[in-house]
Design a binder for this molecule. Structure first.
Ligand code: MN
Length: 446
């Protein structure tokens, strides 16, 4: 497993998992374009960014396998390892060293965000956006920190706009805003994939996502204090932007190409005033291109873990959950169960919908179906499902506001139970097999 981005990049290089882009590239759409060309295939390291010294990495993880390897796991066990880390987070210790990101420290008037190679990703984006920053904030009433990733639009050399959805950061910020107090924040760019993944964990308020990352990393994550704000950040971060969320201040942010692969609209959003920027010698800038596998899988895996846990409360025989890439790893779930009681297929659908308001379609299959194999799932629907009795439609419930087919978030839901009935005529559902096929190898026959 890997505790820093640069250790991870060394591994990517050793294993031919990264494309080193030598051609000079522009931050305007060109980094985005090359990243898209390699989406799902390889990481990209841009060593020659026009107008900037700092190299840029994208697609740092790009499929399930690379995410699994980055946390010392494999594709099959990734979700269960993530769940274990969520169950038993480990408190991070403070480092006794001076963190590398303090090697270059810009304070006050020296701060200039425009000097970082922050790209413009999509045609109609409102400007240059930081997309791979871990935003860390400390709740001083408990001492616990919260970590989340937000779209951050650079307005000028020391101001950014931020979209804050009604989740944990919103909870803290609205408390501060009511009291007219500035909220200290730090944005950490250039971290190990384990930290990016942990930041997406679906947890109750008060759980520190860095402690989940530390559990994923077997207690090898150390923190360092910031210079100008009361926040502790991962010591191996490449770049740290320190600043304050200003109460009562709003500026127009957006539009921005979002996870459903449509633009999210512009609007008046909170503002961060930057107080310091620190970066290590030879720092790397990490960007995530919205809509890529890197973007969608990091959130998708965390959501799969959360959903399997919720379903297991009512259907203990649940085997796996897959939030499909076609649905941006959010809207469509495929769930496999080892059915023990008649009716459990429908309970699985209800439990899956109860896990997340974003989910709008659930397909439940038996555990002989590989939920990552779309042809097999379709085969199950084609041969084990009858719409008249096996389908549930819920009209007018809350869905995702970013789903453009919804009515400002009001959305219908459909569940399909494609599991076999327990009491059945086995002659009808006798799946054909070839004796010996499971041990046969092509090489033995040529
Ligand atoms: Mn949180």
């Amino acid at each position: 497993m890997f505790t820093s981005l640069r250790e991870w990049i060394s591994f990517l290089k050793e294993n031919n998992m990264i494309s080193e882009i030598k051609k000079k590239v522009s931050i305007n759409f060109e980094i985005a374009g090359v990243t898209k060309l390699y989406d799902g295939e390889k990481a990209c390291l841009f060593n020659n960014v026009d107008g900037f010294e700092m190299p840029v990495i994208s697609n740092a993880v790009y499929d399930r396998e690379s995410i699994a390897v980055s946390v010392g796991s494999n594709k099959e066990n990734l979700v269960s390892k993530f769940l274990d880390s969520m169950e038993v987070p480990i408190k991070c210790e403070m480092s006794s060293n001076v963190a590398p990101f303090k090697q270059n420290l810009l304070l006050g008037d020296e701060v200039d965000l425009l000097k970082l190679p922050i790209p413009i990703h999509h045609e109609k984006d409102g400007g240059r956006y930081i997309t791979a920053g871990l935003l860390i904030v400390k709740d001083i009433s408990t001492g616990k920190q919260n970590v989340s990733i937000h779209r951050l639009q650079v307005f000028n050399k020391n101001e950014m706009g931020i979209l804050i959805l009604p989740r944990h950061l919103w909870h803290i910020f609205s408390k501060y805003e009511k009291e007219q107090k500035e909220l200290d924040i730090a944005i950490c760019i250039g971290n190990a994939p384990a930290l990016m993944l942990a930041s997406q964990a679906i947890t109750p308020y008060g759980v520190d996502e860095l402690e989940i990352a530390n559990a994923l990393l077997n207690n090898n994550l150390k923190l360092s204090k910031c210079e100008t704000v009361n926040v502790d950040v991962p010591e191996n971060t490449e770049i740290v932007i320190e600043g304050k969320l200003i109460p009562g201040m709003r500026k127009e942010e957006g539009p921005f190409g979002e996870f459903p692969r449509y633009y999210g609209p512009a609007g008046n959003r909170p503002v961060i005033k930057v107080t310091a920027v620190g970066y290590r010698n030879d720092a790397l800038y990490h960007t995530i291109l919205p809509g890529t596998k890197e973007h969608l899988l990091l959130g998708g895996i965390a959501r799969e873990a959360s959903m399997i846990k919720t379903i297991s409360h009512t259907v203990p025989s649940v085997k796996g959950v897959h939030l499909t890439f076609g649905s941006s790893c959010r809207y469509h779930a495929i769930v496999s169960i080892k059915k023990e009681h008649e009716g459990e297929g429908k309970n699985t659908i209800l439990a899956a919908f109860s896990n997340s308001h974003e989910v709008k379609q659930v397909i439940v299959v038996d555990d002989d179906i590989d939920i990552f194999d779309h042809d097999r799932v379709e085969w199950a629907v084609a041969t084990r499902f009858q719409a008249g009795k096996d389908m549930i439609v819920v009209k007018g419930s809350l869905g995702s506001k970013l789903d453009p087919s919804s009515d400002e978030g009001i959305s219908d839901k459909v569940g399909m139970d494609a599991t076999l009935p327990i009491k059945r005529d086995n002659n009808k559902f006798d799946v054909m097999t070839i004796p010996g096929l499971d041990v046969m190898k092509k090489e033995d026959y040529i």
